[in-house]
Design a protein around this ligand. Structure first.
Ligand SMILES: [Zn+2]
Length: 103
């Protein structure tokens, strides 16, 4: 280790992501998107038995989704649910319980 010029910036990003950012430290240069644009949801291919669906929407950490599919923001998740593709809310992680309450 050592000599990595990106090291300190990576640590700052991690601090923000993990909620450890301290008041008085300037993270503005990181240019993080507002919360509603952060990708907290996962659109994954549907299970084989649900081949009629185009995609399943999961919470980011849902075990049913694994690491397949693509991460999307809340806005993108709601857009996917609105169609025209058939997007199914995962019955295991129930992303709708958070999506509909988000502010
Ligand atoms: Zn799920």
């Amino acid at each position: 280790m050592g000599g990595d010029v990106h090291g300190s910036a990576d640590a700052a990003v991690r601090a923000v992501v993990e909620g450890r950012a301290r008041a008085g430290e300037n993270y503005a240069s990181l240019d993080l998107p507002p919360p509603e644009q952060r990708k907290r949801w996962r659109l994954s291919p549907p299970p084989h038995q649900d081949g009629w669906a185009d995609a399943y929407l999961h919470r980011r950490d849902c075990g049913q989704a694994g690491s397949t599919g693509a991460m999307v923001s809340g806005e993108e998740a709601l857009a996917a649910l609105a169609g025209p593709d058939v997007t199914v809310l995962c019955p295991v992680c129930r992303p709708d319980t958070v999506l509909k309450d988000r502010r």
